[in-house]
Design a protein around this ligand. Sequence first.
Ligand SMILES: Cc1cc2nc3c(=O)[nH]c(=O)nc-3n(C[C@H](O)[C@H](O)[C@H](O)COP(=O)(O)OP(=O)(O)OC[C@H]3O[C@@H](n4cnc5c(N)ncnc54)[C@H](O)[C@@H]3O)c2cc1C
Length: 441
Amino acid sequence: MPAPLKLVDTTPELPDAADAVVIGGGIVGVFAAYYLARRGLKVALVEKGRIGAEQSSRNWGWCRQQNRDARELPMATKSLDLWERFAAESGEDTGFRRCGLLYLSDSEEELAGWARWRDFARTVGVTTHMLDSAQATERGRATGKPWRGGVFSPTDGTADPASAAPAVARAILKLGGTVHQSCAARGIETEGGSLSGVVTEHGTIRTKTAILAGGAWASSFCRQLGIRFPQAAIRSSILAVSPGAIGLPDALHTAAVSVTRRADGGYTLAISGRGRVDPTPQQLRFSPQFLPMFVKRWRSLAPGGLEGFRSGHETLALWRLDEPTPMERMRILDPAVDKATIHLTHSRALDLLPALKDTSIAAAWAGYIDSTPDGVPGIGEIAAIPGFILAAGFSGHGFGIGPGAGHLIADIVTGSEPIVDPHPYHPDRFRKSAWGKVADF
Ligand SMILES: Cc1cc2nc3c(=O)[nH]c(=O)nc-3n(C[C@H](O)[C@H](O)[C@H](O)COP(=O)(O)OP(=O)(O)OC[C@H]3O[C@@H](n4cnc5c(N)ncnc54)[C@H](O)[C@@H]3O)c2cc1C
């Protein structure tokens, strides 16, 4: 069974013109469109498949500041407030709750790293509590074993991946924006070098502003426009179990396995960082840029198969605007589940949390996590094409910062005071050395 996902209505008629067109209906695209619509702009959101059907419904749902890279922490903090405010503003439910995140460990090295992060976080006003052995063992009592230590971040939380992006899309519709599913953007048109339209499979929308929030498809789209955006996807496989386990923490991370309570009372089970690298033409192209990242993470990555070639999201091909593109051949990127990982994750979870023995596997799925070389997203206007804004490469932690990213995009488009300093995110940095800082997460 695939990852659960709520349905959203599609606007039947594509508009001839819009103030802004958002390409991609993942969490970043929907929040960008939402904040633009709230400012009174006429917004059209085009999604080649279904709202939220790729990464944004396939994740754990963690909305965390804990252990965030310093460059992303301000956006994470703002996003937690925006998740809360969104529910009040829109009357829509994303399932967001500040349930706190619990991390447990028996490794002195890991605990020392968390303590260093706690010290840094304090300097920017973020509260997180280191737990000594007695406190960690008490908070982790569902494991039935003693722990050396841990950390609890009380202001962090989770949202429901099955309902979040659809809820925001409904809010866009309420504000008068339009949402077009099964509608791939094939490219753009320009006039005098500036953006003048977005060409979709169902016609062209005249606009001076387009936001590419295309997740794992962003680099191949950029290539059509002569923009070099280094991006590579890792295939991650996770599972959900049925409701029935009593007394578990809402969100628990350990090195062996991580567990998150789902909106239906079941749990998502996953092994943090574990994934398969499916070679693609794009990965080969950008491999020098990704070397530092792979060196840092090689322990949790394994070689994959031909999945990536078949999916077409990382093609180097150039396509025409008047015939179907790879995006129309692959409406929803739904890669094969790595059965060995699912088996290992489930057995580790049963060992860690005996209460899970009262549940059964409800679903298992995989998702391609789109990454940049430094693990921080690329958000900003592309100087060569005024009006074209890139927002992709969220590197495995974009769900939690979706609201902040969407708000920042709306700030850039409307020339408002940015909600966070936009400079760490600007895609221009990818033109410089690959050996910059790889994000810690
Ligand atoms: C297994 C897993 C666990 C994760 N856990 C977490 C977590 O706990 N917390 C967290 O913060 N993050 C997590 N992430 C990462 C997070 O899910 C992503 O960073 C985030 O969802 C990215 O959102 P997005 O909108 O950029 O991309 P996506 O959700 O991938 O959306 C992009 C959309 O663009 C559409 N699209 C692409 N090209 C076009 C086009 N040309 N025309 C029209 N539509 C197009 C696609 O169909 C897709 O729907 C996880 C990811 C995975 C896979």
